[in-house]
Ligand binder design. Structure first.
Ligand SMILES: [Zn+2]
Length: 300
């Protein structure tokens, strides 16, 4: 009788523990599903600290030959609140090398093309630079982390990419820069200080735009070569590779300082397909691949 009673109690205890386990699991799934439905990233701890360069509290920039992605440990708003400088000033020093190339990708991140590009870069043992829109940062926080942790560089490419909104005024433009850096900061705990204007600065930036981004310390990064993946001249992977070959032949001065514009948004699978050939072409010509840093010269 005594033994049966113990068995009975044991069964009840087991049943209770199993139910508790199911309940907890169910609850976690429900929280995750609710977070996903509201597009809230489930917070995760960064798995490793990448090798990056941070600017000083006084906004001092890293040495010109630094080849690590550069970030700030404060957002612009935090700097303003703490009374810290928000810019490096009016001038900075440039890095020039021989046969240097910067691969740059605009409009990401996304879970398809950006991830494929990161795999290619890793396989080729090189790094590139990604100019992200704020709205895609919010959609794909895990890809933002992957770019950062793999030692590739991140810059800001507006929040909405909507020319009608961002180029209305210098304030509209910098508001989107700041909004995007806040979102990146939430994910990485650092924020970029390089940016690229959607469609480029030409025809979009007046002198006041340059002043406004300089006041918050952003370094604007143009390009001097492109695969044509967004202007209709590079519709296939082969054509994109051919476009780069031609530009290098026609403009030998590019060999000193080559900044290639590409896109990793949806619909740019051809760029991903062209990338290994472009990398091999440049490696064959003795190029060194660098990430965009605060010492990048003007692209023209
Ligand atoms: Zn763009």
């Amino acid at each position: 009788m005594k033994q049966k009673g113990r068995l009975f109690l044991g069964c009840i205890l087991l049943f209770f523990l199993a139910s508790l386990g199911l309940f907890l699991n169910f609850d976690r799934d429900r929280v995750m599903a609710a977070a996903e439905a509201r597009h809230i990233p489930v917070p995760q701890v960064l798995s490793s600290k990448p090798d990056v360069a941070l600017i000083g509290d006084d906004f001092s920039l890293p040495p010109v030959d630094n080849d690590k992605p550069v970030y700030d440990k404060y957002t612009t708003r935090q700097r303003q609140e703490k009374g810290l400088p928000t810019t490096y000033g009016k001038t900075r020093d440039y890095y020039y090398g021989d046969n240097v190339v910067y691969l740059t990708f605009d409009d990401g991140p996304n879970d398809k093309n950006t991830s494929r590009i990161l795999d290619i870069l890793k396989k080729e043992n090189i790094h590139a630079t990604f100019f992200l829109t704020g709205q895609n940062v919010v959609r794909y926080p895990d890809v933002v982390k992957k770019i950062y942790q793999s030692g590739n560089a991140i810059g800001v490419h507006s929040y909405t990419h909507d020319y009608k909104k961002i180029y209305v005024s210098p304030k509209a433009y910098t508001d989107e820069l700041l909004q995007t850096e806040e979102e990146i900061y939430k994910i990485l705990g650092v924020r970029p200080i390089i940016s690229r204007a959607p469609g480029g600065t030409e025809g979009h930036f007046t002198k006041d735009f340059w002043t406004a981004i300089n006041n918050i310390g952003y370094i604007e990064v143009g390009w001097n070569a492109l695969t044509g993946d967004a202007d209709g001249t590079g519709k296939t992977a082969d054509k994109e590779v051919e476009n780069i070959k031609q530009q290098l032949q026609l403009r030998p001065y590019l060999h000193r300082h080559l900044v290639i514009l590409m896109h990793d948004a949806y619909g740019h699978g051809a760029t991903v397909d062209a990338l290994p050939d472009i990398i091999h072409l440049l490696k064959g010509q003795g190029y060194t691949f660098r990430v965009v840093t605060t010492a990048i010269p003007p692209s023209w």
